[in-house]
Design a protein. Sequence first.
Length: 155
Amino acid sequence: MVGGKPFSCGPVRALQNTGIKLDNAPFNGQIVYTEAGEAVDIGTLFAKSEHIFITGACLTCGTFINSFAGIETIERDYSNKGIQFSYHHRTLSHSKRNDYIQPFTIEERLMHVAEAKKLLCVKIPFIADNMDDSIKKTPGARSQILPLFWIAKVG
């Protein structure tokens, strides 16, 4: 429920059916990179939002490629209700698929982000995880990760 209204898209129904609730993941102090390559504390990045909706995103993930348009629709419907949306680029799901290789530096990871923005023409901003994938591995958040997305309460 957001703003007293239920989410109605397929991926969110799937999340609701698992019984997973909003989580308080300990994000503060962890660094991510913006699309422009700026290193920022993820807690600061999302500080103005009541909730964040982060979906794993890369050009080797068929699930993401097949669902990003629906996620863009959810963002249009719910971004004005206290939810901040972000695509989370981390280790490639299927290295070498679609001729993409695993990046070794943050600059290479950001090149993948730029390529995804260009090819998909998405509105939702990307964040890039550190090369050690610390956001993906965050205790408390990890339990919330599904193959596609997770939701966390900020605070």
